[in-house]
Design a protein around this ligand. Sequence first.
Ligand SMILES: [Zn+2]
Length: 308
Amino acid sequence: MPAGWPAACCAGNPPARARGLLCGKPAGKACGTCADCTSFTGGNHPDFLLVDPTTPDGEPDRDGGRLRVEQADAVLHFTVMKPFQSRFRVVLIRELQRATPQFANHLLKTFEEPPAAALLLATATDTSAILPTLVSRCQTLKLKPASREALCTALQTGWGTEPERADLLSRLAQGRMGWAVLQLEDARMWQRRDRNRALATDLAASSIPERLARADALAVRNSPAQLQEQVDFWLWWWRDVWLIQHDLANSCVNVDCGDELESLAARVRAADVTAFLQRLERAIQQMRANVNGRLVMTSLMIHMPMAA
Ligand SMILES: [Zn+2]
């Protein structure tokens, strides 16, 4: 696991929950100073296993990767052993909605009757995409998003993030503490965001035939998860344009793009933006339901507001 995991404990933060379970002090919340807390934060606790989606080559890939059967094997081996240092062997499986059927089937029995000292935690953004027999074996906990203010403060005090960056990140995170922390070290996310920004500005000034060519290129080059990220970005981007058009700029998410957004807000019709936002919401539902990405992109390109 990456070094420097959460130093602060937060109710909606699964890694912090895992640390609380491993902590040697009985309070139920990580003390931050014992041997367990120190090795967890250092990324080398012998009783903790982090399972992330991967590419077929086994490389961690949280953009479009899957949880694979080899990883389920690793969980089985890890949980049958007795704890070395802590009271428990703790496994954190991230993005369980990305499990292959083989991964899920392989772990059904372990989820139902885990070995005595084993605790399995799993996070998911959408339980409808998980094998129902697996969900029924879990105790489900709905995590509330953190407030923007709480997130912004935690990023500054817990991770030493500069105020301006903490403000931007806390807006982009939409309450997801774990996501915000991951982005601190993920240069790829910022590069993708820069590309999305440039594309959004370009498209607003492009003709329909140009947009359709872009839709085709995007559908060929990107995985469904990447297309979904693109559409998510447009939703927040065009929501910001709408907010500026309605004198609500304070609530914008992309606060570092003020000039671009204001220029766009002045050149597109407010009614078109409102209609497009509704279309984006529908597109997100359709992509979750596995509707063909190219069809969704084509329809969005046709209806995207046109800058005068
Ligand atoms: Zn501790």
